[in-house]
Design a protein around this ligand. Structure first.
Ligand code: FEO
Length: 172
């Protein structure tokens, strides 16, 4: 059984992960609107991954006998100045999510909820990857500058990303 403080904090994180999905889906729509199909595909995969993050919290709260209470998801921005600006925002957003996860770890320690601390360690590792993958695209876009050819190459590369549902082996 999880205590009320942890339950509330985890419910908030479900909302934050769903907002992340909403944000990246909005970014995907933005890239569709400027005919960068590869960027759009990358963001679409990212949006799907965020739903998995939300569902991990959702399942965990239930597993610990807690109640999930879904709340309204804020509307994300709908346009950005440039592909670089969108990815800089994605990178900034991931750094913010890392802070949220770190706060949850701190809370689990204060509440002496070792199981939740253990559960959160998956997210601690995942955030290293999340920040890195967004930052890598930021750096590539900076290198490409205003050259259309560079943008085209990055678009082609990002378009190879595929979303795969985790198997029983990779889900934990
Ligand atoms: Fe759920 Fe991108 O962190």
């Amino acid at each position: 059984m999880m205590n009320e403080t942890i339950r509330e904090a985890f419910n908030k994180q479900i909302n934050a992960e769903l907002y992340s999905s909403y944000l990246y889906l909005s970014m995907s729509a933005y890239f569709e609107s400027i005919n960068l199909a590869g960027f759009a595909q990358w963001m679409r995969c990212q949006a799907q991954e965020e739903i998995l993050h939300a569902m991990k919290f959702y399942d965990y709260v239930h597993e610990r006998g807690g109640t999930v209470a879904l709340t309204a998801i804020d509307g994300p921005p709908t346009s950005w100045d440039s592909p670089l600006n969108a990815f800089e925002e994605a990178y900034r957003h991931e750094r913010k999510v890392t802070e949220m996860i770190n706060d949850l770890v701190d809370l689990a320690i204060v509440e002496r909820d070792h199981a939740s601390n253990n559960f959160l360690q998956w997210f601690v590792a995942e955030q290293v990857e999340e920040e890195d993958s967004a930052d890598k695209v930021v750096q590539s876009l900076k290198l490409a500058g205003h050259q259309g050819g560079g943008l085209f190459m990055i678009d082609r590369e990002l378009g190879t990303r595929v979303f795969t549902l985790p198997t029983a082996d990779t889900a934990e």
